[in-house]
Design a protein around this ligand. Sequence first.
Ligand SMILES: NC(=O)c1ccc[n+]([C@@H]2O[C@H](COP(=O)([O-])OP(=O)(O)OC[C@H]3O[C@@H](n4cnc5c(N)ncnc54)[C@H](OP(=O)(O)O)[C@@H]3O)[C@@H](O)[C@H]2O)c1
Length: 280
Amino acid sequence: MAKLDEKIGFIGGGNMAFAIGSGLINRGIVKTGQVFVSGPNIENLQRWRDIGVATTDDNNEVLNKSDIIFICVKPHILAPCAEQLRNNHVRTIKDMEKLFVSVLAGVCLKDLEEQFSFIDRLKMIRTMPNTPMQVGEGCTVYTPGSYVVQQDLEKVHLMLNSLGIAQQVPESMIDCVTGVSGCGPAFVYTIIEALADGAVKNGVPRQMALQFATQTVLGAAKTVLVTGKHPAILRDEVCSPGGATIVGVHELEKGNLRSTIINAVEKSSQRSAELGRKNK
Ligand SMILES: NC(=O)c1ccc[n+]([C@@H]2O[C@H](COP(=O)([O-])OP(=O)(O)OC[C@H]3O[C@@H](n4cnc5c(N)ncnc54)[C@H](OP(=O)(O)O)[C@@H]3O)[C@@H](O)[C@H]2O)c1
């Protein structure tokens, strides 16, 4: 797999940043020495130091030393964080070469570009990643801002796609996707837990139940991907007439499972857009 020589910075070293950073290191896309992370509480960055990554409580240090900078703070922290960067920033010619990558849910390119307008000819890419990137099974969409060139896009695509799949989309689609891939892992964890609980209720030991439930979800997901068949066709194939599976499927329908999940995706997408607007 191709490697990058650029220095990669993370402003904000929480869960999403760690999923990307540790994923890139594990995949061999970058070495630990190329990565630099900042956050206000240095003690909260211990897991980065545990994998050999340098940390600081000075966001400007990361900004100055990095070529590609991931902005990984919560949306409501963006404005104070950008203000602090702006107040301490010394303009250099290198600013125009730097590439910024936002992972913030709901925050549009226009607002990101406004917040970072102290960088000349700002190159900003808005992304919506997800935490399964830490195990190489992420799903990311991204949209480039005004000054981003093809070469920048290739680098970001290489990084994000090496941790799962990554696709460029029109910005209008990013909030819609957030409800499925950004928030979806939490929905699936809930489903795995529920499947395991069902098995425990029937007498299967907890650890075994969790392992079987997880493998079942993995297997079903892989079957959809590998066969390319519509999930409804695959479901029909395992529902023999008068059999056990159709009885269970009927129970799911009685509980409005599909409608509940459709609502969850829709509400999460709406909330994501709302959070971006609220934090302007
Ligand atoms: N988690 C997901 O599944 C997911 C998926 C898609 C997108 N996102 C996006 O990813 C972003 C981060 O979410 P997260 O889940 O990773 O949250 P998180 O784990 O809480 O991480 C946020 C990090 O920002 C740090 N921080 C706070 N103030 C800062 C400042 N002024 N400068 C630099 N760093 C600062 C926090 O440090 P302290 O802990 O020391 O305060 C924390 O490490 C959010 O914008 C979210 O919309 C998350």
